[in-house]
Design a protein around this ligand. Structure first.
Ligand code: FES
Length: 181
């Protein structure tokens, strides 16, 4: 920036550097990496679809469109085929109906660090069981078996953003923030 920068130049330079540092801090979603590793292990063969869907369900708690698209692309299958299989088998669940989703990791690392307590507290607070949506349609509560973020256990994904080292109270505070919307 020139030494005689105008206030608007200063502002835009600040905005640019804030955007850059935000970008630098954004971590890649390791769950997609896990899918990529699984697809690679199967040499991207279309007949690995069910296994890949299993891994996706475990990692994400449910199958959202971007995940299904990622799999379709990775296995070179039409999205309709991937959708067809995901909806045919009851063991796969598509995106729940709540306006917000809360996915609690119940994998070993998270469980031993209190993931089960987080889940219990959320169930009590929301008045619903795992896999259900609150009657007002606001929050769906799901579980995953490893988010690939064991280092920050216990981990919970709030609307696609992974939160780590959460106490049950902190997890409740996050969903309470949705209440006023
Ligand atoms: S067990 Fe929870 S992130 Fe791995």
């Amino acid at each position: 920036m020139p030494p005689t920068a105008t206030p608007s130049q200063v502002e835009s330079a600040q905005a640019e550097s804030a955007a850059k540092s935000k970008k630098a801090k954004a971590k890649p979603d390791l769950r997609f990496k896990r899918l990529d590793i699984t697809m690679k292990r199967h040499q991207h063969q279309p007949d690995a679809l069910i296994e890949v869907l299993h891994v996706a369900q475990e990692a994400f708690g449910f199958l959202e469109e971007d995940v299904l698209q990622h799999i379709a692309h990775g296995l070179k299958l039409p999205l309709s085929k991937v959708y067809g299989v995901a909806t045919f088998y009851h063991l796969f669940s598509l995106k729940p109906s709540g306006a917000h989703t809360c996915v609690v990791c119940m994998g070993t690392a998270c469980y031993v660090k209190g993931g089960d307590k987080v889940m219990e507290k959320l169930q009590t607070e929301l008045g619903i069981e795992l896999g259900e949506t609150t009657p007002d349609g606001k929050v769906s509560l799901m579980a995953a078996r490893c988010l690939g973020a064991c280092g920050i256990a216990p981990a919970v994904v709030f609307d696609g953003t992974v939160g780590g080292k959460l106490s049950p109270e902190q997890a409740v505070a996050k969903i309470k923030a949705w209440e006023g919307e």
